[in-house]
Design a protein around this ligand. Structure first.
Ligand SMILES: [Fe+2]
Length: 285
């Protein structure tokens, strides 16, 4: 039999718990950025690209809940990593309509401050307007890749950096994106990790994706209850291998829908590329 006093204490304790969880997920975790360092081993990576670093920012969703000052702080964190290239994997604002375009130019201005020795590359997400967003980023020196690729040279060696249009909002065309590439390593930017279903049939080596936000809310012992993916929580966040292709799904730094994050901290990722064969030899020593 629970006494009246115990009942009141239980209700009070539960109230404190709800208040703490609400405050944490609304105000603390959405600004608590984690830096993840990931090594990617790539077959036949040209010698001059050994140790190349790529910083990834994703799903910024600049809006009233993801203020410009926070975006600026994240850009500074990326610059402090001194990456060789920076990649942006879509969803720069929350609302892509013209009415909400007041957020697009400020976020583009902040991203213009990104410093990378060999370029900043971007793809669009399902919250982006193709013309307005690609225009705003391109005008600020960011190379937007929509079903196209570039060859990134270091002296006479090169790798391919490619990017596809968004799987949901755009017209993703993998064949067109990879047309004209050869057997050199291919690094592909996508917004939606569901695209791996098609990408795994190609010879792409490494994919960087966003879109999921890691669920934004992930429950202990259960995982994220809601993921906007036909594969459920399978590609919610982290590193995956599908055939010869590695894919990393970044949790992004912004929020959409409810302005909360819980057990799905915002993320900036720094990748270091290594030649797979060298890594295997070193591993055997
Ligand atoms: Fe997003």
């Amino acid at each position: 039999m629970i006494s009246r006093r115990m009942f009141i204490q239980s209700v009070f304790g539960a109230g404190i718990g709800v208040l703490f969880t609400g405050t944490y997920s609304r105000f603390l975790e959405p600004r608590w950025v984690e830096l993840n360092y990931i090594t990617i081993n790539i077959n036949e990576l040209p010698h001059r690209f050994e140790g190349m670093t790529i910083a990834q920012l994703s799903d910024i969703h600049h809006c009233q809940y993801v203020p410009r000052e926070f975006v600026r702080r994240c850009v500074r964190k990326v610059n402090a990593l001194s990456p060789d290239i920076v990649v942006l994997t879509g969803d720069y604002v929350y609302d892509p309509s013209y009415r909400a375009s007041i957020f697009l130019l400020p976020v583009a201005d902040e991203l213009a401050e990104l410093k990378a020795k060999e370029g900043v590359f971007a793809v669009l997400g399902n919250h982006d307007n193709k013309d307005r967003t690609s225009g705003a980023l391109s005008e600020r020196g960011i190379r937007v890749l929509i079903n196209e690729h570039i060859a990134l040279y270091r002296k006479n060696e090169y790798v391919f950096i490619a990017g596809v249009d968004d799987l949901w909002r755009g017209k993703m065309d993998l064949a067109r994106t990879l047309k004209g590439t050869d057997d050199k390593p291919k690094i592909l930017l996508v917004h939606n990790p569901d695209a791996i279903e098609m990408i795994k049939a190609t010879d792409v080596d490494f994919v960087m994706a966003g879109h999921t936000h890691g669920g934004q809310v992930s429950l202990p012992l259960y995982g994220p209850p809601v993921i906007y993916s036909k594969f459920g929580a399978r590609y919610a966040a982290g590193l995956f291998r599908e055939g010869r292709t590695m894919m990393y799904v970044n949790k992004g730094i912004g929020i959409s829908g409810f302005p909360v994050r819980f057990c799905a901290r915002p993320e900036i990722t720094l990748f270091t590329l290594r030649n797979k064969r060298i890594e295997e030899v070193v591993g055997q020593i």
